[in-house]
Design a protein around this ligand. Structure first.
Ligand SMILES: O=C(O)CCC(=O)C(=O)O
Length: 390
């Protein structure tokens, strides 16, 4: 993909006042560096079903890989239709219980958190204690244009209970096979959400590494905190996309303040943007330093985000309390949380009966099968109370 976003780059830079030129060169330079990297292409497996060696090597070296054209246009249209439907049920006010026309808002009767809002173009996490303080600095918060809403939708948690199109992406056989190749056949779920970055209002996500629990573990390695898939509904650009520091998943916990000081600004040296077309899916190591600027551009970004862990990273582990209340991850809890994988596989099979569904080894071992029906819909209400947060 090679989208011309010159207008958006200029619009973004204009927010940065005396630093406009630096911001513009940062965006252009990061974009050029990203295109030079050899870590994108279709998902490929070898004859034995293993992820193609070149993909695995690139993923292990850079900490991310862009799988191109994974989702068809029809599948993206389904997600867009769900997004429109969900948006029509967003609360009139941030965290309100009713829509503008007085109907119950999405998530109004959930116990688990659902829609998180931000001040338009804000950085709601940076420099706060949220998520165990992992967003160490606050990024620049541009001023939204006159007439913009004061608040913008930011992240939708527990997204699979609100969108069947997202549930079907979660059950994608090739993506689940990738999860198996990276984290083993008994891989465990993590957490799912939508990152919503509407043009002119979408919030920033300050630089951070996702992992929390295992930095000092004697078993620490590159993959111990798992990975996220980031499926792009509209694509992602240097202005509205996530930026990452290639290779930083290998270096342990990073002092971000130091990096910023060394770089002379929040424009940390060496970061590159995840440049994607609609339907591309990024696999992103959770230890990679990453984040995104506020969306000052003209293009929307919605990321269908879902991650997976190695079972050994979560089984018997006390959760970090970032995505759900801190609790010990017993086998029973992991089994309960994994049901969503079963529902997703069946939901996908119902929609695409000609596709070979993914076989999840823990279900085979336990002799269980899941059917996506009215009962299942009720069953996954508030399923994110059991997100496996490490
Ligand atoms: O999509 C974004 O802007 C941020 C994503 C992110 O921080 C994450 O997936 O951990």
């Amino acid at each position: 993909m090679n989208q011309d976003i010159t207008k958006s780059i200029n619009a973004c830079a204009a927010h940065y006042g005396e630093h406009a030129e630096q911001m513009k060169s940062y965006l252009l330079n990061g974009q050029a560096q990203a295109y030079k990297m050899n870590n994108r292409g279709p998902i490929k497996f070898d004859e034995s079903g293993a992820l193609a060696k070149d993909i695995l090597a690139a993923y292990q070296q850079c900490g991310f890989y862009i799988f191109e054209n994974v989702l068809s246009e029809a599948e993206l249209d389904d997600v867009k239709a769900d997004l429109a439907q969900m948006r029509s049920t967003f609360s009139a006010e941030p965290y309100g219980k009713t829509t503008a026309d007085g109907k119950p808002a999405l998530g109004a009767d959930n116990i688990a958190p659902s829609l998180i809002w931000s001040k338009s173009l804000g950085d709601p996490l940076g420099g706060t204690a949220i998520a165990n303080g992992r967003h160490q600095v606050k990024l620049f918060e541009p001023t939204a244009a006159k007439g913009s809403p004061e608040y913008a939708p930011f992240v939708l948690l527990g997204s699979l209970q609100f969108s069947e199109a997202c549930l079907r992406i979660y059950g994608h056989p090739q993506l689940l096979r990738v999860a198996e190749c990276i984290n083993g056949a008994d891989f465990a779920p993590f957490h799912e959400c939508l990152f919503i970055k509407d043009p002119g209002v979408g919030a920033a996500v300050s630089w951070h590494q996702d992992g929390d629990t295992h930095w000092n573990s004697q078993h620490f390695d590159d993959g111990i905190h798992g990975f996220n898939f980031m499926a792009q509904v509209y694509g992602s650009t240097a202005v509205n996309g996530v930026w990452v520091l290639p290779g930083s998943h290998k270096t342990g916990k990073i002092d971000i303040k130091n990096l910023i000081e060394a770089s002379g600004s929040e424009r940390i040296e060496g970061l590159v943007p995840l440049l994607c077309g609609p339907g591309d899916v990024v696999i992103c190591n959770r230890q990679l330093l990453h984040g995104s600027f506020a969306n000052t551009c003209f293009e929307p970004r919605v990321t269908v985000n879902f991650g997976f862990h190695r079972r050994s990273s979560v089984l018997g582990v006390m959760g970090a309390g970032m995505h759900s209340e801190a609790q010990e991850y017993t086998e029973a809890l992991i089994d309960e949380r994994s049901k969503v994988i079963g529902y997703a596989i069946d939901a996908r099979q119902q929609k695409y009966p000609d596709e070979t569904p993914y076989q999840y080894q823990p279900f085979i071992d336990k002799g269980v099968q899941y059917t996506w029906d009215q009962h299942a819909k009720k069953d996954i209400k508030d399923y994110n109370l059991r997100d496996l947060s490490i």
